[in-house]
Design a protein around this ligand. Structure first.
Ligand SMILES: O=P(O)(O)OP(=O)(O)OP(=O)(O)OC[C@H]1O[C@@H](n2cnc3c(O)ncnc32)[C@H](O)[C@@H]1O
Ligand SMILES: [Mg+2]
Length: 196
């Protein structure tokens, strides 16, 4: 395998997958601008990941992977969850999304600000059953945004054992422990299930 296609338009994810799949050519939806938007109308990360991977796999007639991911905050009953990208509205603005979470947690003490990132990676190939792998990463929602690395909710996601937010980690540090890295480890550990 020389090339991997990932059904995502998210530049933050693409940059991480390029590092995680070191040595492989990584292509994404940004390389296929004529493909219509894939509507993420699933109730779960798994459904959305499968839909993104299967849509592009059918279109390109080849194996494609997709990542559906998000933030789950315990004090918010799991929100933003599958709505993470559009939590503060359809413009998918990271700052607005973080501000909304911080506002909703305003009166919540740090011991009750537990949260996790979740990533579901789907592998789809024409005429084959889609396989799904999961990774998580535990943390605490900080009181303010800190750091400029990464993307999405990284500046408000505090990693207790490193005493930094995810956005204060280098790409290498994030890629050692992230939900995406953990899902990818599962995918690679079960290669026999999807490679043919
Ligand atoms: O669907 P694609 O095109 O892959 O891009 P997207 O940004 O819409 O991606 P999702 O539908 O999977 O939504 C995931 C959202 O969850 C957040 N998120 C996911 N992984 C993250 C990470 O590693 N760090 C911070 N936030 C993350 C971020 O807000 C993403 O936009
Ligand atoms: Mg999306």
């Amino acid at each position: 395998m020389k090339e991997i296609v990932i059904a995502t338009q998210n530049k933050g994810k693409i940059a991480e997958f390029k590092q995680l799949f070191e040595g492989l050519e990584v292509r994404s939806l940004l390389d296929y601008p004529t493909i219509p938007d894939i509507v993420e109308d699933g109730m779960t990360f798994a459904e959305n990941a499968a839909k993104k991977a299967e849509t592009l796999a059918t279109y390109l007639n080849r194996m494609v992977i997709a990542d559906d991911s998000g933030l789950q905050v315990d004090a918010l009953d799991g929100r933003p969850g599958v709505y993470s990208a559009r939590y503060a509205g359809p413009s998918k603005n990271d700052i607005d999304n973080m501000e909304k979470v911080l506002r909703e947690l305003k009166d919540i003490p740090s011991e009750d600000r537990t949260a996790r990132f979740i990533c579901l990676i789907a592998v789809a190939s024409p005429n084959q059953e889609t396989k799904i792998y999961e990774g998580t990463c535990e943390g605490i929602i900080s009181n303010e945004a800190r750091g400029t690395n990464g993307f999405g909710y990284d500046p408000i996601f505090y990693v207790p054992d490193l005493e930094k937010t995810m956005a204060q980690l280098t790409a290498e540090e994030k890629n050692k422990r992230s939900h995406r890295a953990n899902a990818l480890k599962q995918l690679l550990a079960h290669k026999e299930e999807w490679s043919s």
